[in-house]
Design a binder for this molecule. Structure first.
Ligand code: AKG
Length: 295
């Protein structure tokens, strides 16, 4: 394992060849502007950071999160905490976010950063994986990169029981800080490539979302209670392993979103079958509804 030491004397250990670093030697309760700036730089470098042994109270967790921007509650998980900016998820026997996703891409401005506090974790299982979406884009072949850059995708909140909450985002976005391109479709929220027929979209989307979780792009983290993790949703996706039996409690604060910048404007018009609606027409219904709302 590679170890590095930052200006503040933190111990930083990279956890995989693609992304992720664990940082010790800092108390997140005492972070000021200089430390927050250093954490931001490290996040840009490693995409997901882990800070073990922090044991933050919900209030300290929120205060830490505020260093990185305005916090938002979860639009579709309400009432899980008395604090508006924090939500809690309790699970046992799986029942967890076991689909690859970047947070809240169903919204017009998806979450920028998420900061999670592992309050209680099972003695075994319940690890989380993250994947590097810069790599997922970089390692596509040039023709597929070219195609993807000209496409947009429809995302919805169907996993939260609200399929009517929809947004369209570029399939390849540009990170506002690094200016690097990353793949921006995920199996949890992305429904349809807008400029393709539903049949073509199904196949390409399945390919891209599967490609995004190629083990070479990932890091897998084994939790301990009291660890804080923070990740950049603009260039990563994550997935929780539902292989645990005991209770698992997490609390999350989320930094408000920005509108994804497209690598290029869409090159084609939305594709919806304009003929008489046959049985397959149902696949176009949601996209038609979205487009109807925009016009
Ligand atoms: O519980 C975890 O490890 C991650 C939870 C998650 O998927 C999320 O907060 O979006």
């Amino acid at each position: 394992m590679e170890t590095a030491t930052s200006l503040q004397g933190w111990d930083i250990v990279r956890l995989s060849g693609s992304l992720g670093a664990e940082i010790r030697g800092i108390s997140l309760e005492k972070v000021g502007r200089a430390e927050a700036d250093e954490i931001k730089s490290r996040l840009i470098e490693h995409l997901v950071l882990f800070f073990p042994d922090q044991h933050l109270t919900p209030q300290a967790h929120i205060s830490f999160g505020r260093h990185f921007g305005k916090l938002e509650g979860h639009p579709n998980v309400v009432g899980s905490s008395e604090l508006e900016e924090l939500f809690e998820l309790r699970a046992s026997r799986g029942a967890i976010a076991d689909e690859w996703h970047s947070d809240l891409t169903c919204q017009p401005q998806p979450s920028v950063l998420s900061i999670l506090n592992m309050v209680k974790c099972p003695s075994v299982g319940g690890d989380t994986l993250w994947a590097n979406m810069y790599k997922a884009y970089d390692e596509l072949s040039p023709p597929l990169q070219e195609l993807c850059e000209g496409l947009t995708a429809l995302h919805d909140a169907q996993p939260h029981g609200k399929p009517e909450n929809m947004s369209v985002h570029p399939v390849v976005r540009v990170h506002p800080v690094t200016k690097r391109k990353s793949l921006f479709v995920n199996e949890h929220f992305t429904r349809r490539l807008v400029e393709m027929s539903h049949a073509e979209s199904d196949i390409l989307l399945r390919y891209l979302t599967r490609w995004a979780s190629n083990p070479r792009f990932t890091v897998r983290y084994r939790w301990s209670a009291g660890t804080i993790a923070m990740w950049d949703n603009r260039c990563t996706q994550h997935y929780v392993l539902d292989d645990f039996e005991e209770e698992r409690i997490i609390q999350r604060v989320t930094v408000m979103g920005d509108e994804p910048e497209a690598a290029r404007p869409p090159r084609w018009e939305p594709y919806v079958n304009s003929g008489a609606p046959g049985a397959a027409g149902r696949h176009d219904r949601q996209l038609k509804e979205y487009l109807g709302r925009q016009s």
